[in-house]
Design a protein around this ligand. Structure first.
Ligand code: ADP
Length: 431
């Protein structure tokens, strides 16, 4: 149980760490990219405006565009190169500082399909002359002579190497985060183990207390029961009808308490792993018939038909006493929660596929179990109708014990039920 809690804590801790790291990568990288992109955008727009202004002035002076190198504008840090192209009103290239690094053709292709308005910077991805991925920022601006458009200037920046470096940085961040996540998962597992120590100690003290208390209570309870029996036998003639009734009620309560204490002790020992499952080969059908016979009188008093069906011989390797206890709990419950005139059936079957197993089905035509409570009935002291359970001598510990027995044999227990019509408890045990 504690190993499960520890693993769950580790998993949750790692999930939180993973979400935090993912949020960190997403926020930091998008923030960083956005700031860089905005800066580059603004720079390129002002370069384009300046270029357009100069070309306009030149056109007015000489009726032609001019060509000048853009050396001073190069962004030395990033290795990004500024380039520009001027096209006249006929779409002929009139001046240029050509794009370098094999992207010239790609850039011209983009310019050929250019549709963005003046001053808008666009990020374009394409392939360079070597087939490698290239990334460039481009901005255009029309050149006017009065109101007439005489040409267009395109200014661009090759940011491929820049882009590549950011990509490597991001990959590094992701790899580092995965590494930290693995370290955090180990640390989480270790810390969860430390955090569980006091809980484990408290739990085991409480378990010991329940086991000791139940054990100590068993003797006084059996003494009390015997004492009431002695009084009833010896003082039989002298007792008033009220006293007889009181003593009978006392005996009922003592039996109920004895059952409760025995069930508590079984579960406390099971929790502590102190109950040995002694497996032997036997015929489950014979054991089921024995249990059925022992419950037949109770069923008869309630007017319930109790029947067994299925294979006549079922060889199993299991703990005989625990199997008896399991069948007793399930059949006794079926009889308890089925009204007079109802029917309780036990079906024993073996199956070969998907894995060889034995199934025990206990079905009744009783009260049924509401959908939302089907999983809860296997919890300790959970009872759908407390008054009814008490009246039937129930403790709320029968099904938890049944589940423990099934788990200890590596099997499963399931319940299907239609509320108001009946229930079926299906136990599957591996062979
Ligand atoms: P109890 O001692 O009260 O019978 P159990 O652990 O055996 O405790 O069962 C838990 C609860 O599940 C019962 O109180 C009852 O409400 C419900 N229950 C168990 N078996 C049946 C059944 N065959 N039909 C209807 N309800 C059932």
């Amino acid at each position: 149980m504690f190993a499960k809690i520890r693993n769950e804590l580790t998993l949750r801790y790692s999930m939180v760490m993973m979400l935090l790291m993912m949020a960190f990568i997403i926020v930091s990288s998008t923030g960083m990219l956005w700031i860089l992109y905005r800066e580059e955008q603004q720079d390129l727009r002002s370069f384009t405006e300046r270029e357009a202004r100069e070309q306009t002035a030149m056109y007015k002076e000489r009726a032609a565009f001019f060509q000048f190198p853009y050396q001073e504008e190069e962004n030395a840090d990033s290795g990004a190169k500024i380039f520009y192209y001027v096209f006249d009103k006929h779409g002929q290239q009139a001046a240029a500082e050509e794009a370098e690094g094999g992207i010239h053709t790609g850039v011209l292709g983009i310019i050929g399909n250019w549709s963005a308005p003046d001053g808008v910077v666009e990020l374009k991805k394409f392939h360079d002359a070597n087939g490698d991925r290239a990334v460039a920022l481009l901005c255009s601006m029309k050149i006017y002579d009065g109101t007439e458009v005489v040409g267009t200037v395109f200014v661009g920046e090759n940011i491929s190497s820049y882009y590549q470096r950011i990509k490597i940085l991001l990959i590094m961040m992701v790899v580092l985060c995965i590494l930290f996540l693995v370290i955090a998962a180990f640390a989480g597992h270790f810390l969860a183990g430390r955090a569980i120590i006091p809980i484990r100690q408290a739990f085991s003290r409480q378990r010991e207390f329940v086991a000791d208390a139940s054990h100590e209570l068993r003797t006084p309870l059996s003494v009390m029961l015997t004492s009431v029996d002695v009084i009833q036998t010896e003082e039989d003639q002298k007792l008033s009808p009220l006293s007889i009734q009181v003593l009978d009620d006392m005996k009922d309560e003592i039996r109920r308490m004895t059952k409760l204490v025995t069930d508590l002790l079984t579960l406390a020992r099971a929790d502590a792993g102190a109950v040995n499952i002694i497996k032997e080969r036997f015929d489950l059908a014979i054991v089921a018939e024995q249990v059925l016979r022992s419950l037949q009188p109770l069923a008869a008093t309630k007017g319930i038909e109790l029947a067994i069906a299925g294979e006549a011989e079922i060889a199993v390797l299991a703990d005989r006493e625990r199997m008896k206890q399991l069948l007793l709990i399930l059949i006794d419950n079926a009889v308890k929660y089925t009204p007079a005139g109802g029917r309780v059936g036990v079906l024993l079957k073996t199956a070969a596929a998907p894995k060889p197993c034995v199934t025990i089905t206990v079905e009744d035509t009783g009260a049924g179990i509401p959908d939302d409570q089907r999983a809860l009935i296997f919890e300790r002291f959970y009872r759908i109708d407390k008054a009814r359970s008490r009246q039937e001598g129930g403790t709320g510990l029968g099904l938890p014990i049944a589940k423990w027995i099934v788990d200890a044999h590596g099997g499963t227990i399931k319940v299907t039920s239609t509320f108001g019509e009946g229930s079926s408890f299906i136990v599957t045990l591996p062979v």
